[in-house]
Design a protein around this ligand. Structure first.
Ligand code: PXP
Length: 267
């Protein structure tokens, strides 16, 4: 890293640990156990998403994580009034407002900042009274950036999903199943040009947001292949990454997990 370049903070999204737990509906693995490991490994922030349907992170997880985290907690949530009032009680360091659909596997895009302007404003006004820092998860467009500023958010988090999907389609032989990109058979040239456009959109939105005095984060779909290019955008000072980190940890930790069990199987 170049000495005079601003540092990028890493927020680690640990929802994916709760996803694994909920596959069995037991208490293992406990996302709380990830806190100290992530902090010790250099994470600057923990991110969790308290969904309306509580399908991964539960209120009790959020409570325990916020109460005991050694690093700031960024709580993603919808603008639903019941959720917002729970967030005010939980008092995380930051609340990131995201769109939420029951049918989605993961967050599929940024907030509809224009269409839901008044509902977002209402949520922000309530959160501000509890002195919670506010970030809006938005698509990388000038309009969304301007409206976020007008709404009084301190942060925007730019949605990198389209870039990540195009990157995977261009560079990986694996079938890719994201909803925001129509399953077209695009030529390499078309993919290159759409990938360049997606990257430029993030870069332009990040620079514009910084000019307007907003702090800029980015995330969704970032992994060990596609992240380096995003780190070249100097106005982005934080990345929130989950799936790829937790997925890698399965393989970096599997050998130790097997040998620990093998040891216990000895007579
Ligand atoms: N940022 C936001 C707002 C998200 O909703 C998510 C996914 O929960 C992430 C970042 C992390 O995305 P991923 O798990 O694909 O790294």
């Amino acid at each position: 890293m170049h000495a005079d370049k601003p540092k990028i903070d890493l927020g680690v999204n640990i929802d994916h640990i709760a996803v694994l737990r909920e596959a069995r509906k037991i208490n293992d693995p406990d996302p709380l156990m990830a806190l100290a490991i992530c902090a010790q490994a250099g994470a600057d922030q923990i991110t969790i998403h308290l969904r309306e349907d509580r399908r991964h992170i539960h209120d009790d997880d959020a409570f325990r994580i916020i109460a005991s985290s050694p690093i700031p907690v960024n709580l993603e949530c919808s603008i639903d009034s019941e959720i917002i009032s729970i967030v005010c009680t939980l008092k995380p360091h930051r609340a990131t407002l995201v769109p939420e659909k029951r049918s989605e596997v993961t967050t599929e895009g940024g907030l509809d900042v224009s269409g839901s302007y008044h509902a977002i404003l209402n949520a922000i006004n309530i959160l501000e009274k509890s002195e919670i820092e506010i970030s809006l998860f938005i698509d990388p467009t000038a309009e969304a950036v301007e409206l976020s500023k007008k709404l009084g958010a301190q942060w925007v988090e730019l949605h990198t999903g389209t870039y990540a999907n195009l990157y995977a389609m261009r560079h990986s032989a694996l079938p890719h199943s994201h909803h925001s990109i129509e399953p077209l058979r695009l030529s390499r040239q078309e993919l290159d040009s759409r990938l360049a456009e997606a990257f430029e959109a993030i870069q332009n939105a990040a620079e514009y947001a910084q000019q307007l005095g907003l702090k800029v984060a980015a995330g969704h779909g970032l992994n060990y292949q596609n992240v380096t290019r995003i780190t070249t955008i100097e106005s982005i000072t934080e990345l929130n990454i989950g799936q790829s980190i937790i997925a890698r940890s399965v393989f970096t930790g599997l050998s130790r997990a097997v040998s620990d069990m093998k040891e216990l199987c000895k007579r």
